[in-house]
Write a protein that binds this ligand. Structure first.
Ligand code: C2E
Ligand code: CA
Ligand code: CA
Length: 510
């Protein structure tokens, strides 16, 4: 689950970063396109103004030669032949001296009243025909030449953009937009702040436009569909591969933690029997990992990891909960005083939660007389201090029994026996398995049994596999037997079957 979440998180991050990069790329390209289009429009208007400049040269010549019929004809021809020009007017001493229109007519309401700026956008109300116009003016001795350019040509130039962007033509403090309106810049001051412009290097005007919004969903969906699709596939693949990689290269600790959380560590039960009668005395709880792929895994494989990493505590707690949940429904089938042994690691005993865990486990058996035994191995050293002795004594007084597991294999057994209340010792199978028909094969076991007897403790012999071993133990009056000779550790279901088949037998009295 954690791997899936992590992989999905990484894939989502990749998708987000990728989308951001694609969006930036599209924004950048749209921004560059707009700047390029503004430059293109400016160059078109430059070319139109070049016509006006050429016409001004003609008009200057006419102004020198006099406004004769020939002069008017030259102005008319110039205005007619230059595709974007409307009229050419020569003003002298503030009055119309010569024009390209027949009869010296002009379309400007008061040509003498307009300022001398080189380029000027005329408002519709200043024009006879009520249409805005761009004028190009050049001062000459005693007057000036005014060349007017139709608004239609400006509109055409501004509308030449393929993108759906509004470009405006700005001269001085007046703006002509692609709808053909002329407005004062002051009216647009709020809007203008969000705009950028491209200034002509040859004439005093600039082209203004809005820069594209950085994030635009429509643009992203329309222009980035393929990228987004690829990105999505890439993120999906990354998530899939990452998850597989994490699953493959997880540490044994992570695997075990997951297994405990998923309830894959389950209790098996190995009956402890009376070796003479075969009657069931109790069970020992033994952990099994029911792996979804690998099947049952032996505790020899995962208990060392659990002990090294501290996972033994949640593992044991989970087993205790499961044992309670499984035993409660079959209380009626358990003989009174039924012995239930569970293995406890040294690190758990030394942990602050130990007392609480044991008492909670015991509460699970309220209403049933069972003998809960905590098996403490002799292989691991216990950190014996006053707190620990007090805790174990308290548990003992509350009815818990203690067994010293793997007796004879460790180094601290005898000191435990002095300090703690030990009720049982479990003779390790390594001693029992030596018993054979060969003379002296029992030497070591004889010593261990003698020592245990001297300490007046109940003895459980583990790992009894043969009749020979059983007979020997019977002769030694060792009645509590655990081993494959009687039962292997079994699942809960099989334990119920065994209990049902034995329900008429009594528990072993020792
Ligand atoms: P243990 O506590 O000494 O448990 C007895 C082991 O001997 C069990 O091995 C049992 O299956 C095995 N055994 C019993 N009779 C025979 C027999 O006749 N022949 C042979 N060859 N083996 C027999 P298992 O279940 O593999 O457990 C191994 C060890 O893992 C246990 O030894 C115990 O030290 C540890 N362990 C198992 N479950 C837990 C647990 O829940 N907590 C802790 N802390 N340790 C556990
Ligand atoms: Ca044990
Ligand atoms: Ca043992």
């Amino acid at each position: 689950m954690r791997h899936t979440l992590f992989s999905v998180l990484i894939a989502t991050l990749l998708l987000l970063v990728g989308t951001l990069v694609v969006n930036w790329q599209l924004w950048h390209s749209s921004d560059s396109d707009r700047a390029a289009t503004a430059g293109h429009i400016a160059r078109k208007i430059d070319a139109i103004l070049d016509e006006a400049r050429d016409a001004t040269n003609t008009a200057t010549r006419v102004a020198l030669n006099g406004c004769s019929a020939q002069g008017e004809f030259e102005l008319g021809t110039e205005a007619a032949l230059q595709p974007h020009l409307r009229t050419i007017i020569i003003l002298k001493n503030d009055s119309v001296w010569c024009t390209s229109l027949p009869g010296s007519r002009v379309l400007i309401v008061k040509p003498e009243a307009i300022s001398d700026d080189n380029l000027l956008l005329m408002m519709p109300q200043s024009m006879v025909n009520g249409l805005p116009v761009l004028i190009f003016q050049t001062l000459i001795p005693d007057g000036k030449v005014i060349v007017s350019i139709s608004d239609a040509h400006l509109r055409d130039a501004l509308n030449s953009s393929f993108e759906n962007t509004r470009f405006s033509f700005v001269v001085g403090n007046r703006v002509f937009d692609n709808n053909g309106k002329v407005v004062s810049l002051k009216t647009l001051s709020g809007v203008s702040a969000t705009r950028t412009s491209y200034a002509s290097t040859r004439y005093p005007f600039r082209i203004e436009y809005h820069r594209p919004a950085f994030f635009n969903l429509t643009r992203l969906m329309h222009q980035g569909t393929l990228f987004l699709l690829l990105l999505f596939l890439l993120s999906f693949t990354v998530a899939f591969l990452l998850r597989r990689y994490l699953d493959k290269y997880t540490t044994p600790e992570e695997n075990l933690r997951k297994a405990i959380q998923n309830g894959e560590i389950i209790p098996f039960y190995q009956p402890v029997v009376n070796g003479r009668t075969g009657a069931m005395y109790g069970v020992e709880v033994l952990a099994r990992w029911k792996h979804p792929k690998a099947g049952f895994i032996s505790p020899a494989v995962f208990i060392p990891t659990a002990e090294k990493t501290g996972l033994i505590i949640p593992l044991t707690k989970s087993l205790m909960r499961q044992v309670v949940a499984q035993m409660r429904p079959i209380f009626g089938k358990l003989p009174d005083g039924f012995h239930i042994g569970i293995n406890i690691s040294a690190s758990h005993i030394n942990s602050p939660c130990f007392m609480h865990d044991c008492l909670q486990y015991q509460r699970g058996f309220d209403g049933k007389k069972v003998r809960l035994v905590l098996e403490v191995t002799e292989r691991e050293p216990l950190l014996i201090n006053n707190d620990l002795i007090n805790n174990l004594n308290t548990l003992h007084s509350k009815g818990f029994g203690f067994a010293l597991d793997d007796f004879g294999t460790g180094y601290s057994g005898l000191s435990y026996l002095n300090d703690l209340h030990i009720d049982y010792i479990k003779i390790d199978k390594s001693f029992v398995s030596r018993v054979s028909h060969i003379a002296d094969s029992t030497l070591l076991l004889d010593c261990v049994i003698e020592m245990a007897k001297k300490l007046s403790l109940h003895i459980v012999a583990e790992g009894v596999e043969t009749k020979e071993q059983l007979d020997y133990l019977n002769r030694q009056n060792i009645t509590l037997i655990q081993g494959y000779y009687f039962w292997k550790p079994v699942s809960y279901i099989n334990l119920i079957k065994i209990l049902l088949s034995k329900s008429k037998e009594e528990t072993v009295e020792i």
